[in-house]
Design a binder for this molecule. Structure first.
Ligand SMILES: Cc1cc2nc3c(=O)[nH]c(=O)nc-3n(C[C@H](O)[C@H](O)[C@H](O)COP(=O)(O)OP(=O)(O)OC[C@H]3O[C@@H](n4cnc5c(N)ncnc54)[C@H](O)[C@@H]3O)c2cc1C
Length: 381
């Protein structure tokens, strides 16, 4: 079966690796001419790393990943510890670790692996303009004028998926009422007591910070409420003084950290959502990752769910030769879990931006979601 994947993000690359491992012929079409470092961190819970280790990426990720011994929840103004979450031995509990990484270290590992196992499978500068289905084939028409055909198309084209809009839901994503800033700090610029994992919250805002890349960098994401937001994209630079003013009521340690981003650079973007979609496939085209089910970032499970999708979809296609039946099995396997995560992420967002006390943080301890096994768990459940 000749498989076209649209989108070379975490979901698309993981799907390509999983499908090649299962013996499929795969091409990934990515609209960007170059995949670049967006300067951000990512948390990978055991349900995500289980997939990445299965794809052979574990040793490479371990070269730079950080596992924090604990994460502290702190009062935004005083810095007082409200709750301390100790990192458990997740390898012993679930057979897979909890890792924090520079996002580029993850993407780079995936791109390098794909180039090794399927040279030429990733085609950059291919922006899908239109899909046309006829019988057992789908034709992909690209903005660069090229035309390709495939037996199935997996649309991993992100929250702004044009394929989703064409096939199912013409409404664009809606602003979720939160604005986020991100930055990286060179830890050599920080005193040792600030080189740690912590979330400071209160006053309708929170700042999550954690170490990445062997502890050489500290990643922070700061979130505040907003009524409206118009600009688009992940790479909109924000004036540093405007950002610092927004969080000026935070404790001194947090303010020290956020005042020192690498090159004085912070980026700002709006958080968006989409209504829940009941149907993820049409004929020989299926949605995956944020294209199918974007979720707010407060649970740290968006990429994890894209990785689970990648593994489950591959297993469904390997066990069921009719693609439409395989897509139905994939959605049946995934829908309730993804929906629960989406709703939990939204609830956590409310708690993070509510009153800073132990009650408002209840339920933040990881639960059974970390145990989910996309590699060997049952299909169809
Ligand atoms: C602030 C923030 C923090 C987060 N933190 C975490 C975290 O700690 N842990 C976690 O698990 N998740 C996290 N997430 C969520 C995670 O980043 C996303 O869920 C994940 O990146 C989705 O991957 P994807 O491959 O589905 O989409 P994307 O990563 O958006 O990739 C889509 C790709 O498709 C390409 N594309 C789009 N249109 C076309 C087209 N027409 N033709 C060809 N290519 C196209 C794009 O260029 C892009 O490369 C976070 C999200 C945010 C916003």
């Amino acid at each position: 079966m000749n498989v076209a994947i649209v989108g070379g993000g975490i979901g698309g690359l993981a799907t390509a690796l999983a499908m090649i491992q299962a013996g499929f012929k795969v091409t990934v079409y990515e609209r960007s001419a170059k995949l670049v470092d967006l300067g951000a961190g990512i948390t990978l819970a055991p349900n995500a790393t289980r997939v990445l280790y299965h794809l052979g990426l574990g040793p490479t990720l371990e070269e730079t990943a950080v596992t924090p011994p604990q994460t502290e929840y702190r009062h935004y103004r005083t810095g007082a510890v409200i709750m301390r979450l100790m990192t458990k031995d997740f390898r012993a509990l679930y057979g897979a670790p909890y890792l924090r990484l520079h996002r580029w270290d993850l993407q780079h590992a995936m791109i390098t692996r794909l180039a090794a196992v399927a040279p030429g499978a990733l085609r950059l500068g291919f922006s899908v303009d239109r899909l046309e289905s006829s019988g057992e084939h789908v034709t992909l028409r690209f903005a660069n004028g090229q035309v390709e055909t495939a037996d199935i198309v997996i649309a991993a084209d992100g929250i702004r998926s044009a394929i989703r809009e064409t096939l199912f839901n013409p409404a664009p994503p809606g602003f979720a009422g939160f604005v986020a800033w991100r930055g990286l700090v060179d830890t050599s610029q920080l005193p040792p007591h600030l080189q740690e994992s912590a979330v400071a919250f209160g006053h309708g805002r929170h700042i999550n910070r954690y170490l990445v890349r062997r502890g050489e960098l500290l990643n922070f994401i700061a979130v505040a409420r907003r009524d409206k937001w118009e600009a688009e994209g992940w790479t909109i630079p924000a004036p540093l003084d405007e950002f610092l003013a927004e969080f000026s009521s935070f404790d001194e340690g947090t303010r020290t950290i956020i005042s020192k981003p690498v090159l004085g650079q912070v980026f700002k973007w709006g958080l968006f959502g989409r209504p829940w979609l009941e149907q993820w496939s049409a004929g020989r085209v299926v949605l995956l990752g944020d294209a199918a089910h974007p979720m707010l970032p407060f649970l740290g499970q968006g990429a994890a769910n894209a990785l689970e999708d990648a593994m489950i979809l591959t297993r469904c296609l390997a066990s069921e030769s009719n693609p439409e039946r395989a897509f139905a099995l994939y959605q049946k396997t995934r829908a309730s879990r993804v929906r629960a995560a989406t709703e939990q992420a939204a609830r956590r967002g409310e708690r993070y931006l509510g009153e800073p006390n132990a009650d408002s943080l209840k339920g933040n301890e990881p639960g059974e979601e970390y145990a989910y096994d996309a590699v060997g768990g049952p299909l169809g459940g």
